[in-house]
Design a protein around this ligand. Structure first.
Ligand code: DQQ
Length: 539
């Protein structure tokens, strides 16, 4: 359907057609980045789930490969669900995944490459002794899924965690194994949080408090914290927390009980779910993949014949400056798509005004921006509004003394359609500034079957820092990163007018008291090669 084809992205990973959801088993193997994903080969809606597979040298350009695993055994006949890869010290690759059995019981299965010497890992073998784990006593048959990458213990065993729930408490169960075939359940659990419901796609990994590089999942010891992430089935968001892992008891404790898993901070305040990290031994970084669904209607997905994207993979590391949040940033390889750029230096935007940025076509962009408020206005304002929240606000149209201001992307010339990505600064009663980072979808499209809510949250801003943001725009996705990636918002946007040559970018300042000075660099972005598989293609 050519009318809808503009919504397809140019540099985000997506299958040629049909439905995709969670990232599965991401791994770097023999020179190739492998990406597997939950895929419905038959329709643009969830169902009949198998593992799609693609490979890349740089996580930007992709070659689609044949399905890695299909639902052909009693233990996964109702779905080859989410799983993770583990690389053993001798280079062997282990894949653990959840199968939904003939009776819809969730079990864990083992698979491995048929030919470990094939760098493309085209064929997969399911272990003859599957399933290797069934729901333990006290755990619901449909509440036991998504095994993590294994990490090594000082006892010389491999340990994994699997998400579940007990009544309304979201939990993560722990198992030790020596051979990935037989497992020993560890008493207690890695962690659990009351009221958070089923934990899907749990992730668990170390981060360094001193070094910038990422850490292999098995690294533990001095100078290391551990992150637990859970995808909450009940509210469809990915929450993480930073804390301390005690290997002896197999327990993890959050640094701040108020910022615990599921009740604290999120990877992304927009559409981003079922994410998974992997350690990229090629570049010594930890990389995060996240599923970005559609926010139009299911009928529209069926019409266009596909649904879902993957986020641009993000490096993830502890924020050394705050120590209390992670930093997420698009992998550097995306910069290889940058074409021509334009600089805008010290553009002054007065209260209540909009400034067009002449960048040409504005459907594929990488935008870096820095903003400064007027110091006198900040000092002099009598307005205090410590309670501001993006999601409870009136969006970019709600005016305050010191916000909102930022960019309008995927806007048409007349601004009937526009997606504001912006900061909103408020002064608290204590005189301190608090900054929120938001995306307002209210006027993003003239279509009426699309999500138009306002996304966002607080973003930490340290003394002396300018406000900064990065935005990747790719047809129907807007991924935004504030303060170097402390707070992120991914939005799916479906303009009807702001397409191709008709799409524009503007600076806006809807504050009533402060002017804003903005400096920007805006690149046009090339399209990535995402090629179909062909048996006779020579690589
Ligand atoms: N998606 C998979 C499950 C997982 C859920 C099924 C999360 O394994 O819990 O497609 O989106």
């Amino acid at each position: 359907n050519s009318m809808l084809s503009w919504q397809r992205t140019a540099f985000h990973f997506q299958p040629e057609k049909n439905w995709m959801n969670d990232p599965n088993g991401p791994v770097f193997y023999k020179g190739w980045y492998h990406f597997f994903y939950q895929y419905n080969p038959h329709a643009a809606v969830w169902g009949d789930i198998v593992w799609g597979h693609a490979v890349s040298r740089d996580m930007i350009h992709w070659l689609h490969l044949p399905l890695a695993m299909v639902a052909d055994q009693w233990y996964d006949i109702n779905g080859v669900w989410t799983g993770s890869a583990t690389i053993l010290p001798d280079g062997q690759l282990i894949m653990l995944y959840t199968g939904s059995t003939d009776k819809h019981v969730q079990v864990q299965n083992l698979a491995y490459p048929a030919d470990p010497n094939d760098p493309l890992l085209i064929n997969w073998v399911k272990y003859s002794g599957n399933p290797v784990l069934v729901p333990p006593p006290g755990i619901g048959a449909r509440d036991f899924r998504d095994p993590t990458t294994a990490w090594y213990t000082s006892e010389g065993k491999w340990r994994i965690t699997i998400g579940s729930k007990v009544n309304k408490t979201g939990v993560s169960l722990i198992y030790d194994t020596e051979d990935f075939k037989t497992y020993n359940m560890i008493d207690g659990m890695l962690h659990g949080v009351d009221g958070t419901g089923m934990w899907e796609c749990v992730d668990f990994y170390p981060v360094s408090i001193i070094a910038e590089n990422g850490l292999d999942t098995s690294i533990n010891g001095q100078g290391i914290k551990h992150v637990v992430k859970a995808s909450l089935d009940d509210d469809r968001h990915d929450y993480y927390a930073i804390g301390t892992y005690d290997e002896k008891t197999a327990k993890w404790v959050p640094d701040n009980p108020k910022i615990d898993v599921g009740i604290g901070i999120r990877y992304d305040y927009g559409l981003f779910y079922a994410s998974k990290t992997f350690y990229d031994q090629n570049k010594k970084r930890r990389v995060l993949w996240g599923w970005v669904g559609e926010s139009d209607s299911e009928a529209a997905d069926v019409r266009k014949g596909w649904a879902s994207l993957q986020s641009i993979p993000r490096t993830v590391a502890l924020d050394q400056k705050t120590g209390t949040n992670l930093i997420q940033w698009p992998v550097e390889e995306v910069e290889s798509l940058r074409l021509t750029s334009k600089n805008f230096d010290n553009v002054k935007v007065t209260p209540g005004s909009v400034v067009p940025l002449d960048v040409g076509t504005a459907t594929q962009l990488d935008i870096l921006a820095e903003f400064e408020l007027d110091k006198d206005a900040v000092h002099n304002t009598a307005e205090t509004n410590g309670e501001f929240s993006c999601t409870a606000s009136g969006g970019a149209a709600q005016r305050g003394a010191l916000g909102p201001f930022g960019l309008l992307v995927l806007a048409d010339e007349s601004l009937t359609e526009r997606t504001p990505v912006y900061f909103y600064v408020v002064k608290g009663n204590d005189g301190k500034l608090k900054t929120s980072f938001c995306t307002d979808q209210k006027r993003s499209s003239q279509a009426n079957d699309v999500n138009k809510i306002i996304y966002g949250s607080f973003v930490p801003v340290l003394d002396g820092e300018k406000l900064s943001l990065r935005i990747l725009v790719d047809h129907s996705i807007v991924e935004s990163f504030a303060q170097g990636g402390r707070t992120c918002i991914t939005s799916r946007v479906y303009p009807t007018k702001a397409l191709y040559g008709d799409a524009r970018v503007f600076l806006f300042n809807n504050a009533t008291e402060t002017s804003i000075t903005g400096s920007l660099k805006v690149w046009q972005m090339n399209s990535a090669f995402i090629r179909p598989f062909s048996n006779n293609r020579s690589l």
